[in-house]
Write a protein that binds this ligand. Structure first.
Ligand code: ADP
Ligand code: SF4
Length: 684
């Protein structure tokens, strides 16, 4: 039974000529599948429709090859041939009663790496490119404006033909030509498209009118627009924003508000709380009678209700919460909020798009696998036969395996040496900003607690004797990995020389209570979150911290999670000194010695203690001793012993949950080791 306090989330609401069945709105989001993997994409979107979202939108869809964003993989609707792929997406969404929206885009000047067409822009300026390609756009003339309007109109007609209900005009995230025209920061034109606000809004107005004219009242025409641009001097600000909303108030059928850059829009939990966009959006709704959608990594139904009741939003927009739990609306509708698989705000999903591969999700291992592997986020095949499964290690891999095996109906025992279940998650969440990662363990423990056929055994260290005496048919060894103390890692395959009397810690030592003081060097050859978060923690504890990394940027990989700039800024604010391109040469008592990775110039830093954040050693003692006694397995009733997660191949939490899930899916299932284990979108 639904909690009556949440009823308002299920009130239908019109968007122009269409009616959304409830207030759950999946705003456009990238996914790394786009035009390259349309069937997989359709499977993913359809799953969310099945999960109860009222509106499901595409990622940005390029309207013309003169603004394509390769190597990023977005949608394309360049010509009629592209309609077919979109029909699949729409069909999947409609099958489950949701409305399908498409976000048409003409990007600001891009390199056009695939089409090799010359980029066009507001003016002749360097292209928008991650890769800093030294190329400039051509300043658009009147004919160019007319051409883009024509392309946008044609794309809208194709989108209508494909069956979309909502056809977006897009001016957000610092990516779009329309936003660049709106903003004084980027628009210095002196013709009718520059200067006064009226002129800067002109093109956006034209696109809205053209789109409406093209699709008539068959489709709704929403506008997605940036509400701020604090990254730029002279960028869009509140007063101007209110004027823009006032000027265009009734022209779109819905206002979809976002931030002026993607990194600030999709901010991770380390740098933002649920609902963090409210201050930017509050008050804009009263400037229009049209419905308003906004985002803020909403996972709490009470917070969602509050957004609507207090008049901030009409629709609860979500990208990440819909990725982590495609069934979020259904669960709230059925009064099962405790079953929500809450997004942890880690942006591993974003990294997929950044790396031009299908998105992955830490919390939802089935994301992107709906069609490819036929995985459903809520359903799993029943067990193939009676069997007892012992899962050793209750980190993310073991927890996910135990949960899914339990759902399959196996008799499952989950053991862990520690008193508190959760493995690495319990430790890593002690670092500043990583609190939400606890949801990985909490969700699974909550679900396991409901399954009578899964028993948990904390404080139960398992030896080979224990395992053989247990009577399990299958054993999953999810014993995790520990950071290496000798610095072996990406840049130091032989390790780092450590002299007599030098004080060296690993992150695990710190998690287990070691408390360095004085001058501390954190040497980060891991390049993700742990090194910088440890540096921040130690600085807060009063240490004089220097973070040294061989990479050109601190936490270099977090460029993919849109966090790198935020992390660096926070370290600086925390008083952490930063040395990039610093390659460790050796650690002596009181001194960290290194050299510049480019020039080779040596340097030394005073260090009472050094924390080495390098690679990790899989914990395989138990697995090896079981393997050594394979001859005894049959008598013990044991058929298989399998390593999963960090014990198998150390990685991020996303790798561990995926490994646990796959183990559970494939247990007792025939798997052809010679076949490609998933379907592929291939040209016939
Ligand atoms: P993963 O990320 O692969 O899930 P973790 O490192 O998070 O791995 O979790 C591994 C867990 O396994 C830890 O909580 C650890 O206490 C537990 N563990 C390791 N060895 C044993 C053992 N022999 N018996 C029981 N638990 C173990
Ligand atoms: Fe949320 Fe992380 Fe999943 Fe993205 S990958 S949806 S941020 S849990």
């Amino acid at each position: 039974m639904r909690d009556p306090r949440h009823n308002i989330l299920f009130e239908p609401l019109a968007i122009g000529p269409k009616v959304a069945r409830n207030r759950f709105y999946q705003v456009p989001h990238c996914n790394g599948m786009g035009h390259r993997e349309p069937t997989a994409l359709a499977g993913m979107r359809a799953m969310k429709a099945e999960g109860g979202w009222a509106v499901i939108c595409t990622e940005e869809v390029e309207i013309h090859p003169s603004s394509e964003v390769s190597p990023a993989i977005e949608g394309r609707i360049w010509e009629d041939k592209d309609i077919f792929a979109h029909e699949r997406v729409v069909e999947g969404i409609h099958r489950h009663g949701a409305l399908a929206g498409i976000e048409l885009v003409y990007n600001g000047p891009r390199t056009n790496l695939a089409s090799r067409l010359p980029p066009m822009g507001v003016n002749s300026m360097p292209v928008n490119s991650e890769w800093l390609e030294p190329q400039q756009s051509r300043a658009m003339d009147r004919e160019d404006f007319r051409a883009i309007r024509r392309w946008h109109r044609n794309a809208a007609l194709r989108a209508r033909k494909a069956g979309y209900d909502l056809i977006y005009v897009y001016a957000g995230h610092g990516l779009t030509l329309t936003q660049q025209l709106l903003s004084r920061a980027t628009n210095d034109r002196t013709d009718e498209y520059g200067g006064s606000l009226e002129n800067r809004v002109r093109f956006l107005r034209e696109l809205l009118e053209d789109t409406r004219d093209a699709v008539g009242h068959d489709c709704a025409v929403p506008l997605r627009i940036a509400v701020e641009e604090s990254q730029l001097p002279l960028g869009l600000e509140r007063a101007e924003m209110e004027d823009i909303v006032g000027m265009l108030a009734e022209l779109p059928d819905l206002w979809d508000f976002c931030m002026g850059s993607w990194s600030r829009d999709s901010r991770t939990a380390r740098f933002s709380a649920e609902g963090f966009q409210e201050p930017f959006v509050r008050g804009l709704k009263k400037l229009t009678t049209k419905p308003v959608v906004g985002v803020g990594r909403f996972t709490s139904p009470d917070a969602m209700v509050e957004q609507i009741r207090s008049g901030v939003l009409d629709f609860i927009g979500a990208a990440r919460p819909s990725i982590a739990d495609p069934f979020l609306p259904k669960k709230i509708e059925e009064g099962r909020s405790e079953d929500l698989r809450e997004c942890i705000g880690c942006n591993i999903c974003v990294a997929g798009d950044m790396q031009s591969v299908p998105l992955r999700c830490t919390q939802n291992p089935t994301m992107g696998e709906e069609w490819r592997r036929g995985w459903h986020p809520e359903k799993i095949a029943p067990k193939a036969r009676e069997a007892r499964v012992l899962v050793i290690g209750a980190g993310p891999a073991g927890l996910e395996a135990a949960h899914q095996l339990g759902k399959r109906g196996y008799e499952v025992a989950l053991t862990d040496a520690r008193d508190t279940l959760g493995g690495r998650v319990v430790r890593e969440t002690t670092l500043p900003g990583l609190r939400t990662w606890q949801r990985v363990a909490d969700y699974r423990l909550g679900q396991i607690g409901k399954l009578a056929n899964v028993e948990t055994y904390p404080a139960s260290f398992m030896t080979a004797d224990d395992v053989l005496a247990f009577g399990a048919t299958h054993v999953a060894v999810a014993t995790g990995a520990r950071f290496r103390a000798n610095g072996r890692g990406r840049n130091h395959p032989q390790g780092i020389p450590v002299g007599e009397g030098a004080s060296v810690f690993t992150p695990d030592d710190i998690f287990e209570g070691a408390a360095p003081s004085g001058d501390v060097v954190v040497y980060d050859d891991d390049h993700y979150a742990i090194g910088s978060a440890l540096a921040e923690k130690l600085a807060a504890a009063g240490c004089r911290v220097t973070l040294v990394t061989p990479a050109p940027l601190v936490s270099h990989w977090t460029h993919n999670t849109l966090e790198q700039g935020f992390i660096e800024a926070r370290l600086v604010e925390s008083g952490v000194a930063i040395v990039t391109r610093g390659v460790a040469a050796g650690i002596r008592k009181g001194t960290f010695a290194g050299s510049d990775g480019v020039t080779g110039r040596p340097f030394e830093i005073a260090a009472d203690h050094v924390v080495l954040v390098a690679s990790r050693e899989p914990q395989l003692e138990l697995f090896r001793s079981l393997k050594a006694r394979e001859a005894e397995w049959a008598d013990a009733g044991l058929e298989s012993v399998t390593t999963i997660g960090d014990a198998h191949a150390p990685g991020m939490i996303v790798h561990a949950t995926y490994a646990g899930h796959r183990y559970a899916r494939e247990l007792d299932m025939p798997v052809d080791a010679d076949a490609v284990p998933f379907l592929r979108d291939q040209p016939r």
